[in-house]
Design a protein around this ligand. Structure first.
Ligand code: COA
Length: 324
Protein backbone atom coordinates (compact mmCIF):
# COMPACT_ATOMS: atom_id res chain seq x y z
CA UNK A 1 0.00 0.00 0.00
CA UNK A 2 1.25 3.49 -0.82
CA UNK A 3 2.14 5.29 2.34
CA UNK A 4 1.84 9.09 2.30
CA UNK A 5 4.45 11.28 3.86
CA UNK A 6 3.12 13.58 6.60
CA UNK A 7 4.40 17.08 7.20
CA UNK A 8 6.01 17.89 10.50
CA UNK A 9 6.46 21.38 11.86
CA UNK A 10 7.79 23.29 14.82
CA UNK A 11 7.61 21.89 18.35
CA UNK A 12 6.09 25.16 19.59
CA UNK A 13 4.86 28.52 18.33
CA UNK A 14 4.70 32.08 19.55
CA UNK A 15 3.49 35.53 18.56
CA UNK A 16 6.35 37.32 16.81
CA UNK A 17 4.80 40.76 16.27
CA UNK A 18 1.56 42.75 16.55
CA UNK A 19 0.02 45.64 14.63
CA UNK A 20 -3.31 47.40 14.24
CA UNK A 21 -5.11 49.95 12.11
CA UNK A 22 -8.05 52.28 12.68
CA UNK A 23 -9.80 54.75 10.42
CA UNK A 24 -9.12 58.42 11.17
CA UNK A 25 -12.71 59.54 11.69
CA UNK A 26 -13.77 59.69 15.34
CA UNK A 27 -17.50 59.52 16.16
CA UNK A 28 -18.44 60.55 19.71
CA UNK A 29 -21.58 59.67 21.65
CA UNK A 30 -22.71 63.28 21.22
CA UNK A 31 -22.35 62.89 17.45
CA UNK A 32 -24.67 59.84 17.62
CA UNK A 33 -27.20 61.63 19.81
CA UNK A 34 -27.76 64.08 16.93
CA UNK A 35 -29.01 61.31 14.63
CA UNK A 36 -30.77 58.91 17.01
CA UNK A 37 -32.56 58.87 20.37
CA UNK A 38 -29.57 58.24 22.64
CA UNK A 39 -27.18 60.16 24.83
CA UNK A 40 -23.59 60.13 26.09
CA UNK A 41 -24.50 59.19 29.67
CA UNK A 42 -26.60 56.16 28.65
CA UNK A 43 -23.93 54.79 26.31
CA UNK A 44 -21.08 55.26 28.84
CA UNK A 45 -23.17 53.72 31.59
CA UNK A 46 -24.52 50.66 29.71
CA UNK A 47 -21.75 49.95 27.21
CA UNK A 48 -18.68 51.87 28.39
CA UNK A 49 -17.93 53.50 25.04
CA UNK A 50 -17.05 57.20 24.78
CA UNK A 51 -16.07 57.29 21.11
CA UNK A 52 -15.37 54.96 18.21
CA UNK A 53 -13.59 55.05 14.83
CA UNK A 54 -15.62 54.87 11.65
CA UNK A 55 -14.32 54.04 8.18
CA UNK A 56 -14.20 56.62 5.43
CA UNK A 57 -15.11 55.76 1.84
CA UNK A 58 -11.59 54.50 1.07
CA UNK A 59 -11.27 52.28 4.17
CA UNK A 60 -12.17 48.64 3.55
CA UNK A 61 -11.72 45.31 5.32
CA UNK A 62 -8.78 44.72 2.97
CA UNK A 63 -7.13 48.15 3.32
CA UNK A 64 -7.27 48.10 7.13
CA UNK A 65 -5.99 44.50 7.16
CA UNK A 66 -3.08 45.46 4.92
CA UNK A 67 -2.04 48.31 7.23
CA UNK A 68 -2.33 46.22 10.40
CA UNK A 69 -0.60 43.25 8.76
CA UNK A 70 2.34 45.31 7.47
CA UNK A 71 2.82 46.80 10.96
CA UNK A 72 2.78 43.34 12.57
CA UNK A 73 5.42 42.05 10.13
CA UNK A 74 7.62 45.09 10.80
CA UNK A 75 7.12 44.74 14.58
CA UNK A 76 8.31 41.14 14.29
CA UNK A 77 11.50 42.40 12.63
CA UNK A 78 10.56 40.50 9.48
CA UNK A 79 9.88 41.32 5.84
CA UNK A 80 6.81 40.10 3.91
CA UNK A 81 8.89 37.39 2.21
CA UNK A 82 9.43 35.79 5.65
CA UNK A 83 5.68 35.01 5.82
CA UNK A 84 4.10 32.23 3.75
CA UNK A 85 0.46 32.14 4.85
CA UNK A 86 -2.20 34.80 5.45
CA UNK A 87 -5.41 34.26 7.43
CA UNK A 88 -8.04 36.99 7.60
CA UNK A 89 -10.81 36.54 10.14
CA UNK A 90 -13.79 38.68 9.20
CA UNK A 91 -17.57 38.67 9.00
CA UNK A 92 -18.22 41.98 7.28
CA UNK A 93 -16.91 41.79 3.73
CA UNK A 94 -19.93 42.73 1.64
CA UNK A 95 -19.06 40.27 -1.17
CA UNK A 96 -17.63 36.78 -0.58
CA UNK A 97 -15.53 36.70 -3.76
CA UNK A 98 -12.65 37.42 -3.96
CA UNK A 99 -11.71 36.55 -0.41
CA UNK A 100 -9.83 39.13 1.65
CA UNK A 101 -6.76 36.97 2.39
CA UNK A 102 -5.60 36.66 -1.22
CA UNK A 103 -5.92 40.42 -1.72
CA UNK A 104 -4.19 41.21 1.57
CA UNK A 105 -1.32 38.82 0.79
CA UNK A 106 -0.73 40.51 -2.57
CA UNK A 107 -0.93 44.05 -1.18
CA UNK A 108 1.26 43.33 1.86
CA UNK A 109 3.79 41.77 -0.50
CA UNK A 110 3.58 38.14 0.61
CA UNK A 111 3.83 36.80 -2.93
CA UNK A 112 2.14 33.47 -3.59
CA UNK A 113 1.09 33.03 0.02
CA UNK A 114 -1.39 30.42 1.10
CA UNK A 115 -4.41 32.39 2.22
CA UNK A 116 -7.98 32.04 3.34
CA UNK A 117 -10.70 33.89 5.19
CA UNK A 118 -12.24 32.55 8.35
CA UNK A 119 -15.59 33.59 9.79
CA UNK A 120 -16.36 32.97 13.43
CA UNK A 121 -17.70 36.52 13.90
CA UNK A 122 -16.29 38.23 17.01
CA UNK A 123 -14.53 34.99 18.03
CA UNK A 124 -12.81 34.89 14.63
CA UNK A 125 -9.38 36.12 15.68
CA UNK A 126 -8.91 33.51 18.41
CA UNK A 127 -10.05 30.80 15.96
CA UNK A 128 -7.57 32.08 13.36
CA UNK A 129 -4.75 32.33 15.92
CA UNK A 130 -5.36 28.70 16.94
CA UNK A 131 -5.47 27.58 13.30
CA UNK A 132 -2.23 29.45 12.54
CA UNK A 133 -0.42 28.01 15.54
CA UNK A 134 -1.55 24.47 14.70
CA UNK A 135 -0.55 24.92 11.03
CA UNK A 136 2.97 25.94 12.03
CA UNK A 137 3.19 23.00 14.44
CA UNK A 138 1.89 20.62 11.76
CA UNK A 139 4.30 21.94 9.14
CA UNK A 140 1.74 23.25 6.64
CA UNK A 141 2.92 26.83 7.26
CA UNK A 142 6.20 28.46 8.26
CA UNK A 143 5.09 31.88 9.49
CA UNK A 144 1.49 33.03 9.37
CA UNK A 145 0.11 36.55 9.24
CA UNK A 146 -3.14 36.37 11.25
CA UNK A 147 -5.50 39.30 10.92
CA UNK A 148 -8.94 40.26 12.21
CA UNK A 149 -10.41 43.06 10.09
CA UNK A 150 -13.94 44.45 10.13
CA UNK A 151 -15.89 47.28 8.57
CA UNK A 152 -18.97 46.88 10.73
CA UNK A 153 -20.40 50.20 9.64
CA UNK A 154 -21.21 48.52 6.30
CA UNK A 155 -23.57 46.10 8.07
CA UNK A 156 -25.01 48.29 10.83
CA UNK A 157 -28.13 50.39 10.38
CA UNK A 158 -26.69 53.86 11.05
CA UNK A 159 -29.79 54.94 13.01
CA UNK A 160 -30.41 51.69 14.96
CA UNK A 161 -29.53 52.68 18.51
CA UNK A 162 -29.14 49.07 19.67
CA UNK A 163 -26.22 48.44 17.30
CA UNK A 164 -24.91 51.75 15.90
CA UNK A 165 -23.76 52.88 19.35
CA UNK A 166 -21.65 49.73 19.77
CA UNK A 167 -20.00 48.66 16.53
CA UNK A 168 -17.01 50.28 14.80
CA UNK A 169 -14.25 49.62 12.25
CA UNK A 170 -10.64 48.44 12.63
CA UNK A 171 -8.06 45.72 12.01
CA UNK A 172 -5.59 43.95 14.28
CA UNK A 173 -2.84 41.53 13.30
CA UNK A 174 -0.22 39.16 14.68
CA UNK A 175 2.57 37.16 13.07
CA UNK A 176 2.79 33.57 14.34
CA UNK A 177 5.92 31.50 13.88
CA UNK A 178 8.06 28.72 15.33
CA UNK A 179 9.51 29.00 18.79
CA UNK A 180 11.73 27.06 21.19
CA UNK A 181 9.40 27.82 24.07
CA UNK A 182 5.58 27.52 23.78
CA UNK A 183 4.04 30.99 23.41
CA UNK A 184 0.53 30.06 22.28
CA UNK A 185 -1.49 27.64 24.40
CA UNK A 186 -4.13 25.15 23.26
CA UNK A 187 -7.45 26.65 22.25
CA UNK A 188 -10.73 26.19 24.12
CA UNK A 189 -13.39 26.69 21.50
CA UNK A 190 -16.96 25.81 20.73
CA UNK A 191 -20.36 26.99 19.56
CA UNK A 192 -23.83 27.37 21.00
CA UNK A 193 -25.67 26.92 17.72
CA UNK A 194 -29.01 26.57 19.51
CA UNK A 195 -28.70 30.30 20.27
CA UNK A 196 -27.96 31.27 16.67
CA UNK A 197 -30.98 33.60 16.46
CA UNK A 198 -29.50 35.94 19.09
CA UNK A 199 -27.28 37.68 16.53
CA UNK A 200 -28.31 37.57 12.88
CA UNK A 201 -28.42 39.61 9.69
CA UNK A 202 -32.05 39.54 8.55
CA UNK A 203 -32.38 40.18 4.80
CA UNK A 204 -28.57 40.04 4.43
CA UNK A 205 -28.37 43.71 5.29
CA UNK A 206 -28.02 44.88 8.88
CA UNK A 207 -26.99 43.18 12.12
CA UNK A 208 -29.79 42.43 14.56
CA UNK A 209 -29.10 41.32 18.14
CA UNK A 210 -31.17 40.37 21.16
CA UNK A 211 -29.07 42.65 23.36
CA UNK A 212 -30.16 41.45 26.78
CA UNK A 213 -29.92 37.75 25.86
CA UNK A 214 -26.43 38.20 24.40
CA UNK A 215 -25.41 40.13 27.51
CA UNK A 216 -26.66 37.36 29.81
CA UNK A 217 -24.96 34.64 27.76
CA UNK A 218 -21.62 36.46 27.63
CA UNK A 219 -21.58 37.33 31.33
CA UNK A 220 -22.38 33.76 32.44
CA UNK A 221 -20.87 31.41 29.84
CA UNK A 222 -17.59 33.00 28.79
CA UNK A 223 -15.62 33.01 32.06
CA UNK A 224 -15.85 29.18 32.32
CA UNK A 225 -14.45 28.92 28.76
CA UNK A 226 -11.61 31.22 29.79
CA UNK A 227 -10.96 28.96 32.80
CA UNK A 228 -10.86 25.98 30.43
CA UNK A 229 -8.23 27.73 28.28
CA UNK A 230 -6.10 28.23 31.41
CA UNK A 231 -6.49 24.58 32.33
CA UNK A 232 -5.51 23.44 28.81
CA UNK A 233 -2.35 25.58 28.99
CA UNK A 234 -1.51 24.37 32.49
CA UNK A 235 -1.69 27.91 33.81
CA UNK A 236 -3.22 29.07 37.12
CA UNK A 237 -5.60 32.06 37.18
CA UNK A 238 -3.04 33.84 39.40
CA UNK A 239 -0.43 33.51 36.61
CA UNK A 240 -2.46 35.72 34.25
CA UNK A 241 -0.93 39.20 33.87
CA UNK A 242 -3.33 40.47 31.23
CA UNK A 243 -6.94 39.61 30.39
CA UNK A 244 -8.03 40.51 26.86
CA UNK A 245 -11.64 39.50 26.25
CA UNK A 246 -13.38 40.49 23.03
CA UNK A 247 -14.30 44.16 23.47
CA UNK A 248 -18.07 43.69 23.16
CA UNK A 249 -19.25 45.83 26.04
CA UNK A 250 -17.19 47.12 29.00
CA UNK A 251 -19.78 45.67 31.42
CA UNK A 252 -19.26 42.20 29.87
CA UNK A 253 -15.46 42.60 30.10
CA UNK A 254 -15.76 43.60 33.78
CA UNK A 255 -18.08 40.67 34.53
CA UNK A 256 -15.60 38.19 33.01
CA UNK A 257 -12.73 39.74 35.00
CA UNK A 258 -14.80 39.56 38.21
CA UNK A 259 -15.54 35.85 37.69
CA UNK A 260 -11.87 35.10 37.01
CA UNK A 261 -10.80 37.01 40.13
CA UNK A 262 -13.29 34.97 42.15
CA UNK A 263 -11.46 31.94 40.77
CA UNK A 264 -8.01 33.15 41.79
CA UNK A 265 -6.98 35.76 39.21
CA UNK A 266 -4.99 38.64 40.74
CA UNK A 267 -6.46 42.03 41.60
CA UNK A 268 -3.58 43.63 39.68
CA UNK A 269 -4.34 41.62 36.51
CA UNK A 270 -4.52 44.20 33.71
CA UNK A 271 -7.91 44.09 31.98
CA UNK A 272 -8.31 45.35 28.41
CA UNK A 273 -10.68 48.31 28.10
CA UNK A 274 -9.92 49.33 24.53
CA UNK A 275 -13.65 49.43 23.81
CA UNK A 276 -13.86 52.80 25.59
CA UNK A 277 -12.28 54.64 22.67
CA UNK A 278 -12.46 52.02 19.91
CA UNK A 279 -15.97 50.54 20.17
CA UNK A 280 -16.77 46.90 19.40
CA UNK A 281 -14.69 45.97 16.35
CA UNK A 282 -15.55 42.25 16.28
CA UNK A 283 -12.62 40.07 15.19
CA UNK A 284 -10.23 43.05 15.27
CA UNK A 285 -10.78 43.87 18.93
CA UNK A 286 -8.43 41.40 20.67
CA UNK A 287 -5.24 41.93 18.64
CA UNK A 288 -5.87 45.69 18.49
CA UNK A 289 -6.39 45.87 22.27
CA UNK A 290 -3.09 44.05 22.83
CA UNK A 291 -1.33 46.37 20.38
CA UNK A 292 -2.73 49.50 22.04
CA UNK A 293 -1.92 48.23 25.54
CA UNK A 294 1.66 47.51 24.50
CA UNK A 295 1.98 51.04 23.09
CA UNK A 296 0.58 52.44 26.37
CA UNK A 297 3.07 50.42 28.42
CA UNK A 298 0.33 48.37 30.12
CA UNK A 299 1.44 45.09 28.52
CA UNK A 300 5.04 43.93 28.44
CA UNK A 301 7.03 41.33 26.57
CA UNK A 302 6.78 38.01 28.41
CA UNK A 303 3.43 38.80 30.06
CA UNK A 304 0.96 35.91 30.27
CA UNK A 305 -2.21 37.02 28.45
CA UNK A 306 -5.57 35.27 28.40
CA UNK A 307 -7.50 35.93 25.17
CA UNK A 308 -11.19 35.09 24.87
CA UNK A 309 -13.34 35.85 21.84
CA UNK A 310 -17.13 35.38 21.60
CA UNK A 311 -19.99 36.50 19.42
CA UNK A 312 -22.44 35.56 16.69
CA UNK A 313 -22.92 31.87 16.07
CA UNK A 314 -22.87 31.88 18.99
CA UNK A 315 -19.17 31.06 18.81
CA UNK A 316 -16.34 31.33 21.29
CA UNK A 317 -12.61 30.61 21.45
CA UNK A 318 -9.85 31.41 23.91
CA UNK A 319 -6.21 30.67 24.58
CA UNK A 320 -3.30 31.70 26.76
CA UNK A 321 -0.44 33.47 24.97
CA UNK A 322 2.88 34.98 25.92
CA UNK A 323 3.05 38.62 24.81
CA UNK A 324 5.85 39.30 22.29
N1 COA B 1 -29.72 55.08 24.13
C1 COA B 1 -30.57 55.45 25.09
N2 COA B 1 -31.50 54.65 25.61
C2 COA B 1 -31.58 53.40 25.15
C3 COA B 1 -30.74 52.94 24.12
C4 COA B 1 -29.77 53.83 23.61
N3 COA B 1 -28.89 53.49 22.65
N4 COA B 1 -31.06 51.66 23.85
C5 COA B 1 -32.05 51.33 24.68
N5 COA B 1 -32.37 52.40 25.46
C6 COA B 1 -33.39 52.44 26.52
C7 COA B 1 -34.62 51.62 26.20
O1 COA B 1 -35.61 52.39 25.57
C8 COA B 1 -35.05 51.18 27.57
O2 COA B 1 -35.72 52.25 28.21
P1 COA B 1 -36.93 51.98 29.24
O3 COA B 1 -36.34 51.17 30.37
O4 COA B 1 -37.35 53.35 29.63
O5 COA B 1 -37.94 51.20 28.46
C9 COA B 1 -33.75 50.98 28.33
O6 COA B 1 -32.78 51.81 27.67
C10 COA B 1 -33.27 49.55 28.32
O7 COA B 1 -33.37 49.03 27.01
P2 COA B 1 -32.70 47.66 26.58
O8 COA B 1 -32.94 47.41 25.14
O9 COA B 1 -33.19 46.63 27.57
O10 COA B 1 -31.17 47.99 26.78
P3 COA B 1 -30.03 47.17 27.48
O11 COA B 1 -29.80 47.64 28.85
O12 COA B 1 -30.18 45.71 27.27
O13 COA B 1 -28.78 47.65 26.60
C11 COA B 1 -27.39 46.84 24.83
C12 COA B 1 -28.77 47.36 25.21
C13 COA B 1 -27.43 46.45 23.39
C14 COA B 1 -26.39 47.96 25.05
C15 COA B 1 -27.02 45.66 25.76
O14 COA B 1 -28.10 44.75 25.81
C16 COA B 1 -25.79 44.95 25.34
O15 COA B 1 -24.72 45.53 25.30
N6 COA B 1 -25.90 43.65 25.05
C17 COA B 1 -24.77 42.86 24.58
C18 COA B 1 -24.61 43.11 23.11
C19 COA B 1 -23.25 42.71 22.62
O16 COA B 1 -22.28 42.70 23.34
N7 COA B 1 -23.21 42.39 21.35
C20 COA B 1 -22.02 42.03 20.70
C21 COA B 1 -21.70 40.62 20.90
S1 COA B 1 -20.21 40.27 20.12
Amino acid sequence: MTRLRQSQGAAATRILGIGSSQPERVVTNDDLSKIMDTNDEWIRDRVGITERRVAGPKDTVVSMAVEAGAKAIAAAGLTPSDVDTVLVANCTTTVPIPNAAAQVAELVGVKGAGGFDLNAACAGFCYALAAASDMVRAGSAGRVLVIGSEKLTDVVDPVDRSTAIIFADAAGAMVVGPSDEPGIGPVAWGTAGDLVEMITMPNDRYIFQEGQSVFRWATTKIAPIAMRALELAGVQPSDVDVLIPHQANLRIVEAIAKRLRKNGAREDMVVADDIVTSGNTSSASIPMAMDHMRAEGRVHSGDVALLIGFGAGLSYAGQVVICP
